[in-house]
Design a protein. Sequence first.
Length: 373
Amino acid sequence: MAEAGSSIGEPLDLRRGELVRVRSEEAILATLDQKGELDGLPFMPEMFRYCGRTYRVHRRADKTCDTISGQIRALRMRQAVHLEDLRCDGAAHGGCEAACLIFWKEAWLERTDPPRTHRLWSLAEDRVGGAPTHPEPGGGCTRAIVEERAIRSTETECGETTWRCQITQLLEATTPLSSRAPRQYLRDWLSGNVLLSYLLRVAILRFAARLVYGRGFRMKVRLYDRLARLFGEPAWPYHPGRVEGRTPTGRLDLQPGELVTVRSHDEILDTLKGMSNRGLDFAPEMVRYCGKTFRVRARVEKILDERTGRMVRMKNDCIILENVVCQSECSVHRLFCPRGIFPYWREIWLRRADGEEADEEGKERPASAVPDP
């Protein structure tokens, strides 16, 4: 695990919406060690093309979700942000199509605007010792090393290549974060990641959800649904599927750019055995998109296994939709994770929507660079 406060340089304490410039290739390489990492986080070859360009901070990446160990928990990352929809295209990682948001260490960025950190920010930080340390820059790293380190090994038992990226190395770049650590939610608000009203609304609903289980379950679910409607949120999102025999399938042969409407939650429950359809989970986070219309972003055919680095090929249809990302509001252990993972959709959960306009919910600003003055 990374040690607290080990980043190079003064923290920028960036907030959502601030303009930053990605430093030059030479400046970034000077921050990296011989493994092409800073604080255990790799700088990936796909990131070089953004050097010298200006972007807005999409969200602070003070925390992320653990999608590797199998534990339902959050992880703490320090001095990092996500920039406006800058996602990995997988070009240096075997063509992985997961389209993950890239993590950017503040040491790889520079301000273009005066700082506007909130006066309460010092209460939200939890730096060990109260102040950052300033170790010597890594040095000795080259672009060739960064490119070579994208490949973990070509000598597996099956002779296949295994890859190494920011997500496969996530446990080395973070420390565990308890859901009961109150400062994380103060950081979420003060950084601009979430509005205070939204933070309170989600917190109330998650607390109410924890009270539902036990005696009087059905009555409690009805009460939860009334509270959710009052807040303009989806009804109880944790219902299991109804399938007892063979799991149904559907085929639409959807292509990028097509408009689709997500079926109702009730319709989708008729396609699920437990919480999944042919091994693909329909997560509670996806319920908020039911009944809404979106464009198909891509068909996903291969992604990296985040634990092993091996390339996994999808056996069945797997769709991602434009502007549809995990909002991380249905898990008490990792609320408000800013990672913006694309949920994967079976075609049986969708239907073509001829002539309808796409919904704007969850829309992320385009990844175009801000013109330099």
